[in-house]
Write a protein that binds this ligand. Sequence first.
Ligand code: IPM
Ligand code: MG
Length: 356
Amino acid sequence: MKIAVLPGDGIGPEIVAQAVRVLKALGPQFDLEEAPVGGAAFDLSGHPLPPATLELAKKADAILFGAVGDWKYDTLARELRPEQAILGLRKHLELFANFRPAICYPELTAASSLKPEIIGGLDILIVRELNGDIYFGQPRGIRTSELPLFKGAREGFDTMHYSEPEVERIGRVAFEAARKRGKKVCSVDKANVLETSQLWREVMIRVSKEYPDVELSHMYVDNAAMQLVKAPKAFDVVVTGNLFGDILSDEAAMLTGSIGMLPSASLDKNNKGLYEPSHGSAPDIAGKGIANPLATILSAAMMLRYSLGMPAEADRIEKAVQKVLAQGLRTADIYTEGTQKVSTVQMGDAVVAALA
Ligand code: IPM
Ligand code: MG
């Protein structure tokens, strides 16, 4: 089984190294090949997603991804910025379905900024569409305004759109996922304002007829942002577009105490996937050895389950993570009084030991 390992920038290399150790500890069956991506690739070859990296990602059975981005690339032209690497991989490999679970581990309830009764036992799944929406819509750019009031001024513009088949396929992914969980889908849109959302909602209703056992509800995105902090446990599966999903998935992740705990999967129609922590490259703590590797280790577990057909091994990793949490080991982001603060590598050591 060939796994493309793309560590990227910031804390990416540190956390991916720990996930790689965990995979190697499972046995020799993985052929791991590493390639540069993001700012690291730009520094080496002048492009955030070099052709060789894209080729490797295409031929691999799955991709383990760290994170990309650093302030030092903020002044580059958009097409050369590190973020283009992850957007390019999603688009070139048609990874349209993004799974972002937000699970609150009982041991970490105290690390959340919300009251324990609001988030205790939280287990929700955000299904975010990744290939469409205003992220990729054309036309886009910066031009001279034609608006009478602002004529001649510079104006930025982007285009939001979703076609019916795009909404149908992400809708089916969400309903299928809900079937294996709490059998509820909440579709989040802005249908009171946007045409794109009006069509999105119509299509979701139509797709829902194929899943009479799953309950469909709709929510405007502003209300969803509010309900996520008010009563997050009322949700089961949330399905939404690329932009709203970007924002709501960060919010949902933070409910659990630390975004450093949450894995994600981005899948194509054949369940080939890219697996990455839900958090970013955190350049402020890069190189300090304090980043939490658990989201990446749990992403490797998702990879074994969804793309590589190894659910028993995925279970082993997830149980090992639960065990180290139960032992009281915490990286700085999830540290609370009375627990033991450990480094990135020490956390990796503990997970590897707990696998045995
Ligand atoms: C994410 C990130 C990306 C996105 C960035 C890095 C382009 O925020 O995966 O949520 O906006 O999708
Ligand atoms: Mg994001």
